[in-house]
Design a protein around this ligand. Structure first.
Ligand SMILES: Cc1cc2nc3c(=O)[nH]c(=O)nc-3n(C[C@H](O)[C@H](O)[C@H](O)COP(=O)(O)OP(=O)(O)OC[C@H]3O[C@@H](n4cnc5c(N)ncnc54)[C@H](O)[C@@H]3O)c2cc1C
Ligand SMILES: *[C@@H]1O[C@H](CO)[C@@H](O)[C@H](O)[C@H]1NC(C)=O
Ligand SMILES: *[C@@H]1O[C@H](CO)[C@@H](O)[C@H](O)[C@H]1NC(C)=O
Length: 357
């Protein structure tokens, strides 16, 4: 029975471990420095909104496209996963066409995106119904994930399927292979270390950098999920609103600051985030302005951005097969099942290769 060690308990590690544990024959140990329940700047997943707003283009949409059906199934049939469907409005401003955030969101704001037949109820908002800030808009049904419920849910599913979970800080990739619960050397290590992939010994990947996201969690309810192609507060500031399932609060975002490692929320950024959210969606406070926002917490997460996109690859490192699944940027949830399936295929290959030797 192949022994697998998955390093990382963010959405990438837990989803990969879950899919492995569903296949007969794998014995999976999850090892991580941070676990669901922790809030730490080195652990991105709890800070995410999280919703499904595709960022990939037609050529690279495979990971997101393959993720949607499972998130939709969970929203429909599995209330304890903490995911619900939300009507979603995407606003576009012509003046953002060439900005960094405008380009980051260009497929999302397109009137003809790849996902128009994937997400339910896709429609173009007629000009007469546009808010004054927008030049065009689309709407569709998507999901919002309450990460405070969903990450523990994934962990519980892994435990139910016989995975072992333990805490450990790894200094080098090769160390992971010695941490399988059986005491035997692991056949495969799966690397789901997110942003830390840039720091960990073994295969330091300097192309992974933070794309800092500051958010405000509020108790106020939002009538729908909302996002816009840019703001007038600079190239690194964005505006989005999403209400999490099951009392998870409403996330007001945000920023997209590449190369910025600052772990503390900046008060003036927070003020701008709240001001923009209430301007774009006055219903948040019933027309009573920013003062009527009820703040649960301010937060910062660092998206594990990788210039070439997420790395789903296998590699032999110091005599150990490693399958990488890191560098998801702002798409760790919406690409979670797609990339985890890709990683599982590589684990299958590696184990098959070993069997033939
Ligand atoms: C503000 C914000 C909003 C976002 N919104 C969305 C959204 O709406 N939709 C979406 O899809 N994505 C969103 N994202 C992106 C998403 O959060 C990330 O892509 C995702 O969380 C990355 O998950 P991960 O499992 O790869 O990394 P992480 O969650 O960072 O997990 C890394 C794991 O590896 C472990 N680890 C690292 N180094 C070591 C080591 N040396 N030894 C042992 N363990 C180690 C850590 O302890 C941790 O368990 C958002 C991000 C931010 C910051
Ligand atoms: C995995 O291996 C451990 C340690 O040998 C064992 O206790 C456990 O039952 C195994 N799990 C599965 C799912 O086979
Ligand atoms: C994960 O991959 C990164 C980038 O290649 C590397 O720096 C790190 O050593 C790997 N870690 C593990 C535990 O596999």
């Amino acid at each position: 029975m192949p022994n697998v060690v998955v390093v990382g308990a963010g959405v990438s590690g837990l989803t990969t471990a879950l899919l492995l544990s569903k296949k007969p024959g794998y014995n999976v140990t999850i090892v991580a420095k941070h676990m669901p329940g922790d809030y730490d700047i080195e652990y991105t997943s709890p800070w995410a909104g999280a919703n499904f707003l595709p960022m990939s283009d037609k050529a690279s949409c495979k990971w997101e496209k393959n993720t949607w059906p499972e998130l939709a199934r969970l929203a429909k049939d599995v209330p304890e996963a903490g995911i619900h469907f939300q009507d979603t409005l995407v606003l576009n401003r012509l003046k953002d066409a060439t900005t960094a955030t405008g380009q980051w969101l260009s497929e999302l704001t397109s009137p003809d995106p790849w996902f128009k037949n994937t997400l339910p109820d896709f429609r173009i908002i007629p000009t007469s119904a546009l808010p004054p800030t927008a030049d065009s808009a689309t709407a569709f049904t998507s999901v919002c994930i309450n990460t405070a419920l969903y990450l523990p849910y994934l962990t519980s599913q892994c435990l139910r399927n016989g995975c072992t979970v333990s805490r450990s800080i790894l200094a080098h990739i090769a160390d992971a292979s010695l941490l399988h619960s059986s005491g035997k050397k692991a056949d495969v290590v799966v690397n789901c270390t997110g942003l830390s992939a840039s720091k960990l010994g073994g295969v330091m990947d300097k192309s992974v950098i933070p794309a800092r996201g500051q958010i405000v969690v509020v108790r106020n309810e939002a009538p729908h999920m909302l996002t816009i192609s840019g703001t007038d507060d600079g190239d690194e500031e964005v505006c989005y609103i999403m209400q999490r399932a099951a009392g998870g609060g409403t996330i007001l975002g945000g920023t997209y600051q590449k190369g910025n490692w600052e772990s503390q929320p900046d008060p003036s950024t927070a003020l701008r985030i709240m001001k923009r959210a209430v301007e774009l969606c006055p219903e948040l406070t019933g027309g009573k302005g920013v003062e009527a926002l009820s703040v649960v917490r301010h937060g910062v997460g660092l998206r594990p951005y990788r210039e070439e996109g997420v790395r789903v690859e296998k590699e032999m490192v110091g005599g150990v097969w490693v399958v990488h699944n890191y560098g998801h940027g702002g798409s760790g949830y919406q690409a979670s099942y797609g990339t985890a399936e890709g990683a599982v295929e590589l684990v299958d290959e590696v184990v098959g290769v070993k069997a033939k030797l």
